[in-house]
Design a protein around this ligand. Structure first.
Ligand code: ADP
Length: 467
């Protein structure tokens, strides 16, 4: 698996959780997986072992010095170390601006990953994730098409978010030593630019995305980001496999980050978690009797930050409380800061990335909000179910596939009004303590562990090798 993120080494979102936990789940099906990620500045090499030195990646006259480290993990995790490219503060950029050499950074990364397969871990399947790895199938189809090392290898490209397309000017093809023939509508060309995501989508043997509904949605103009026609053309090899979650990390029975442990047999610990969360956010103890709404999110329009902003004041008018954790667009970060000032003791926000706090919100809130505009899979609503925190979600992508009547509240139209009505419906049910408890328990009984989804990936790998 080639990815720009994998928990616990490097994480900004759900991609990291998936690549962090799917390999172990695949072992049950006899699949042996190695993971290749960049060695970012934030990854400590103290416990890692250097396994390959001075692997130069050449693009014409330019050479990039790369070393490969193996991180301590149950399965091989290879870190591509190239300090001039990756030893930086961010993964993809800083202060909201992408690094100007991302096309080089991830091209070098892809070439280094192919070298890992050549020298360190012979592979049958290259499973590539998102635009940062899209050049792997492209190089395999062009530069290395006749390379005996890779004969018979198959590629799977998984789209975790079609909104991030790795778009660059056409001139980068030469900089990353790609055959100019890839610049065509059924190749990397995308409205006069090149797209690394499209490279993966067009040149991989199979394409998957992270929920069945999102696999259908991306073939429509509304969700296709301009790629829908090409995705329809590839419909025969496109499938949707719902993400699983790692309950070893996300279970109220064992979670080390939360104030008290609890489970479906004994929910009393959840009240302790709520009390602690209220204190942590400086919200009053009266809130114990009222619904506490929580959200953990990238504050972007994709995640519905705009409609949450639109109705925040009306939500708290329902005599409820709201805690929010996230980072993202400065506009929405400012909005949450403002909301907290305007509704002291009602709305409390933390701007930042804080894994332990994300766990405490999952455990301490009564209701979890995910009003996404689009959502390829979404993990937080699945974690919420397991923590007995009833989700209110927009019926899109993976949210639609994982939440049903009886475990959560869904709304269809992307509008503040529709969202507000769903929140009000949740608040009404909350008032009936017994009905609410039943709803929590139905959610907690759901099983979204990797078992089913890892089986689907394993079967897809086998089909690819057979075909
Ligand atoms: P996406 O990958 O689109 O951001 P997902 O719901 O698939 O959304 O996954 C988000 C993951 O990132 C979850 O594990 C969530 O807890 C975590 N996360 C998102 N924002 C934060 C934050 N500000 N602090 C801590 N964890 C966060």
């Amino acid at each position: 698996m080639i990815s720009s993120e994998a928990a616990p080494f490097a994480k900004t979102g759900g991609l990291a959780d998936v690549v962090g936990s799917l390999p172990a789940a695949l072992r049950a099906f006899g699949d042996e997986v190695a993971v290749v990620i960049p060695r970012y500045g934030s990854i400590d090499l103290k416990d890692a072992r250097r396994v390959w030195d001075n692997l130069a990646v050449h693009f014409g006259p330019d050479a990039y010095p790369v070393s490969i480290y193996r991180a301590p993990a149950e399965h091989p995790v290879y870190l591509v170390d190239c300090p001039p490219l990756f030893d930086r503060k961010g993964f993809y950029g800083e202060s909201g601006t992408d690094y100007p050499d991302n096309h080089i950074r991830f091209a070098v990364f892809c070439r280094a990953a192919l070298s890992v397969a050549r020298f360190l871990f012979r592979t049958d399947i290259f499973h590539c994730h998102d635009w940062q790895t899209g050049l792997v199938p492209a190089y395999l189809r062009t530069t290395f098409a006749r390379d005996p090392t890779f004969l018979g290898c198959r590629t799977l490209f998984t789209i975790h978010n079609l909104g991030y397309q790795g778009l660059f000017p056409k001139t980068v093809l030469e900089e990353v030593a790609l055959d100019p023939a890839v610049y065509r509508p059924d190749g990397m060309e995308f409205f006069g630019q090149v797209s690394y995501l499209k490279a993966g989508m067009e040149f991989a043997d199979a394409v998957s995305t992270v929920s069945p509904t999102y696999a259908r949605e991306i073939q429509t103009p509304e969700f296709g980001f301009g790629m829908d026609a090409r995705l329809r053309a590839r419909a025969q090899v496109l499938s949707g496999i719902l993400n699983g979650v790692d309950y070893a990390d996300w279970s109220p029975q064992t979670d080390a980050h939360i104030a008290a442990r609890y489970g479906p047999e004994d929910l009393s610990g959840k009240a302790a978690c709520k009390r602690q969360l209220l204190e942590e956010f400086g919200l009053p103890p009266e809130a114990m009797e009222r619904p506490l709404l929580g959200t953990v999110s990238r504050f972007t329009r994709q995640k519905g930050a705009d409609i949450l902003a639109e109705i925040a004041a009306q939500i708290v008018a329902e005599d409820v409380y709201l805690v929010a954790l996230g980072t993202g667009d400065p506009e929405y970060e400012d909005f949450f800061r403002l909301m907290q000032q305007e509704h002291p003791g009602r709305i409390a926000a933390r701007i930042g990335f804080d894994n332990a706090l994300a766990h405490r919100i999952e455990a301490g809130a009564d209701i979890f909000l995910m009003p996404s505009h689009y959502e390829p899979c979404g993990l937080n609503q699945i974690y919420s179910l397991h923590y007995g925190t009833v989700p209110v979600v927009r019926a899109t992508g993976g949210l639609d596939d994982t939440i049903e009547e009886g475990t959560g509240f869904k709304f269809a139209e992307y509008s503040g009004q529709a969202f507000l009505e769903a929140v009000r419906a949740a608040v009404r049910v909350f008032a009936d303590r017994e009905a609410w408890r039943r709803m929590m328990l139905r959610g907690m009984a759901k099983d979204f562990s990797w078992k089913t989804s890892a089986a689907a990936y394993s079967e897809l790998y086998r089909r690819l090798l057979a075909g």
